[in-house]
Design a protein around this ligand. Structure first.
Ligand code: ARG
Length: 458
């Protein structure tokens, strides 16, 4: 029997039940739902709607039900449509008549909004911790390979040699923005909807500010209709996770390339690669491919949610129940992928000689010759033209650019630029890939990570 059977002559059709039940997935919210109920009970006691003894019984019973869930002993009742009805039904079963007072002044509409915010807050904190650990794994590679350099690519064509540390730090800065965005969403959603009721609040003397404080929210809702229908916090979280997924995907794509025989820049540990069921020689970077592939569902979860929200009139509509599965899926995905990527990077061997061989492509020095001419007073466009001509000559004749430079009267003095690593050593603009710049960026990255860690704990 449902909790609202009083108004109905016949019970719900099986088809509607199958369509509308959500317990099969929203049971994942049990801890946060009980957290919300606990605060609600305390609010009812404070308002004098429950006496101390009744409140005590309900709190104890809620704890007992939570234990049943945690131990996997909770048995779903026939009419348990969602996690909220399941818990209320069970509380009433255990506590007796006082259980019938639990839902006083509350609707599942403000309840579910509260529960989901509590869940999302924890999910964001867990995700941020995973991303910070991934950043850590990338920084380890940066810090352990200070002298390693590789080609930097634009258009996937070799552009200029860059330090591996600079390259890895670039990824770190992107991931740090993800952490910041997640925590922005967390802090903005720190508004308690509890007390908004079904749509318009209640005639009972409840104090939403009190329950908001109990639940660790910054503030209570200002408008009950907004409070019960707002899922912006889910959308923001899904966006932050989708963009994080896009960054995971870019890391994945790069790892796939780096671990090919053609690049050979890195290899992953055996514990982070897979073999082939047919081809004995294969060692596949599935972890990287999945990091890339799973970005699809993260973007899909966001677009699905936004599409679901876009036509909804105020206030609560049952469509909103569709907020949960995408959120659960995105949370699970970003945590799984981030954890696996961190492990993969920690298992990774860098093949510095392969990277250097590719970066020592002498054509990558072209810009440094041109900039040397600029330092000698030549307008850049002219210098570009001259060096471009030399590169063209080298490509056409098969002679090395270095030999052509060495045998050109006004340019011979720049032959030294071809020495290995020289181009990198000369790089000195702020934020550039050069040895001095690395220190500054490392410091900035380090303090940004520290600030993010602090914020995560706050
Ligand atoms: N399972 C519902 C959801 O997730 C809970 C709220 C249902 N409220 C209602 N009036 N039917 O949104």
């Amino acid at each position: 029997m449902t909790l609202w059977a009083g108004r109905f002559d016949s019970s719900m059709s099986q088809a509607l039940w199958d369509l509308s039940e959500s317990f099969s997935f929203d049971r994942a919210l049990y801890r946060h739902d009980i957290m919300g109920s606990r605060a609600h009970v305390q609010g009812l006691v404070r308002a004098g709607i429950l006496n101390e003894a009744e409140g005590g019984v309900l709190l104890e019973t809620l704890e007992a039900v939570e234990r049943e869930f945690t131990r996997g002993e909770f048995v779903r009742g026939e009419g348990d449509e969602d996690i909220h009805t399941a818990i209320e039904r069970r509380v009433t079963e255990i506590a007796g008549p006082v259980g019938a007072k639990l839902h006083t002044g509350r609707s599942r509409n403000d309840q579910v909004a509260t529960t989901l915010r509590l869940f999302t807050r924890d999910a964001i904190n867990n995700t941020a911790a995973v991303v910070l650990d991934l950043i850590d794994a990338l920084r380890e590679i940066a810090d352990n390979n200070l002298a390693v350099y590789l080609p930097g690519y634009t258009h996937m064509q070799r552009a200029q040699p860059v330090l591996l540390s600079h390259h890895m730090q670039a990824h770190c800065f992107a991931l740090l923005r993800d952490v910041d965005r997640l925590l922005d969403a967390r802090d903005r959603m720190s508004v308690s909807p509890l007390g908004a009721g079904a749509i318009a609040g209640t005639s009972l003397p409840l104090d939403p500010v009190f329950t908001a404080k109990e639940l660790g929210f910054e503030q209570a809702f200002a408008n009950s209709m907004d409070a019960t229908s707002d899922r912006d916090f889910v959308a923001e979280t899904l966006f932050a996770m989708a963009l994080l997924g896009v960054h995971y995907s870019r890391l994945g794509e790069e790892l796939v390339l780096w671990t090919t025989a053609e690049f050979g820049f890195a290899s992953l540990g055996d514990d982070f690669t897979t073999g082939s069921s047919m081809l004995p020689q294969k060692k596949n970077s599935d972890v990287a491919e999945l990091a890339r592939g799973k970005s699809g569902r993260l973007v899909g979860n966001l677009t699905g949610l936004l599409t679901m929200l876009k036509g909804l009139p105020l206030a609560y509509n049952r469509d909103l129940q569709e907020d949960k599965e995408p959120l659960f899926d995105s949370v699970k995905t970003v945590v799984n992928v981030g954890t696996a990527l961190a492990g993969a990077y920690r298992s990774m061997t860098v093949h510095a000689e392969k990277m250097a061989a590719a970066a020592d492509d002498e054509l990558l020095v072209a810009i440094d010759i041109a900039e040397s001419l600029v330092e000698a007073g030549m307008p850049f466009r002219e210098a570009h033209e001259i060096v471009g001509g030399l590169v063209g000559e080298a490509v056409r004749s098969g002679a090395t650019l270095e030999s052509i430079v060495a045998s050109t009267a006004d340019l011979a003095q720049y032959s030294g630029l071809f020495a290995q690593g020289e181009a990198l050593n000369r790089r000195r603009s702020p934020g550039a890939s050069g040895p001095n710049a690395y220190m500054v960026q490392g410091y900035r990255l380090g303090s940004a990570v520290f600030a993010a860690e602090e914020r995560l704990r706050s």
